[in-house]
Design a protein around this ligand. Structure first.
Ligand SMILES: Nc1ncnc2c1ncn2[C@@H]1O[C@H](COP(=O)(O)OP(=O)(O)O)[C@@H](O)[C@H]1O
Ligand SMILES: [Mg+2]
Length: 285
């Protein structure tokens, strides 16, 4: 291997060298080696070279196995996420269409009953009115549950509008001031990437609601150079990241960022609010 020659020359110049090269076994098989070599002088001033060469095939194999396992785990996790999204889509549609339709039908029946029966007693009429109110409630909770499982925004809108919708929900339902900045052309984003960005934002907002006691949230998505940046920042109480938790929310966030070949940075501290920044290469467009 020529690299050995080069390494020897390098050692003579610098006094020491470390490197890897390919060795050949007696049977002609090639294998990876590691070399570490130093020059030093003995007490008589004579220059001595000392080299260590190790067969690192076992280590290489283990590394490759580890990489394979990691790849498999990532694929499996992607598959699980896709399956879960599909299932959510199915369940939310079933609840919305089936139960929603039935509740509407009941309401219609009650309405007809009320219209057509002129001789209903007062208590009877009261019961019908109450039943109509209840079925009204049922229709709105069916809608609410179906949307919380799989927001329609995710299927029917582009990412910018879906994120905007999410911010409006936060503002309307929880009186938290939420500002959304969009500087990103999302027209070519793949549906998978759209779901990942949306779910990252959703989990971050759920955390704000659950833990932060914030009065303000900033969400922004922008594209700069080679990257897409998603930012969710609150002015809440923050938390100590050294306190290890086994909660899956933050782990899931990071994992979603990785599945888009991106990185997630969490900046927080007690009393300092929380900022989540996701940087993803823009080839998902
Ligand atoms: N925006 C936030 N503000 C304050 N604390 C937070 C925020 N996000 C996360 N945390 C803290 O980090 C912990 C872990 O979050 P997470 O992994 O999402 O789990 P979970 O929400 O199920 O508790 C939370 O229990 C909370 O203490
Ligand atoms: Mg959480």
């Amino acid at each position: 291997d020529e690299t050995v020659q080069a390494k020897i020359i390098e050692r003579d110049e610098k006094g020491k060298v470390k490197g890897e090269f390919t060795g050949i076994r007696k049977n002609g098989e090639r294998f990876p080696c590691e070399i570490a070599s130093v020059l030093f002088h003995d007490i008589h001033g004579k220059q001595i070279g000392c080299s260590m060469i190790a067969d690192i095939s076992a280590r290489r194999n283990a590394e490759q196995q580890l990489r394979n396992t990691l790849d498999e785990m990532q694929q499996l996790s992607q598959h699980l996420k896709d399956a879960r999204e599909d299932e959510r889509k199915f369940i939310s549609r079933e609840i919305h269409d089936e139960i929603g339709q039935l509740a509407t039908a009941i309401q219609l029946q009650l309405y007809m009953l009320k219209l057509k029966s002129a001789d209903l007693s007062e208590p009877c009429l009261e019961k019908i009115n109450r039943s109509m109110e209840l079925s009204d409630l049922m229709i709105s909770s069916v809608r609410r549950i179906a949307t919380s499982i799989r927001p329609i925004a995710l299927d029917e809108r582009n990412l910018n509008d879906a994120l905007q919708w999410q911010c409006e929900q936060l503002q309307e339902n929880h009186q938290i001031n939420c500002r959304f900045t969009r500087e990103f052309d999302d027209s070519k984003l793949s549906p998978e990437a759209k779901t990942e960005f949306f779910r990252i934002c959703q989990e971050s907002m759920t955390n704000v609601l659950r833990h932060a006691q914030a009065s303000q949230v900033e969400v922004s998505i922008k594209e700069q150079g080679e990257n897409i940046y998603l930012l969710i920042k609150d002015n809440g109480k923050g938390f100590d990241t050294n306190q290890k938790t086994t909660h899956l929310g933050l782990i899931g966030l990071r994992e979603r960022a990785h599945s888009l070949k991106g990185e997630l940075t969490l900046t927080t501290g007690l009393g300092q609010g929380t900022m989540i920044e996701v940087i993803v290469p823009n080839r998902w467009k």
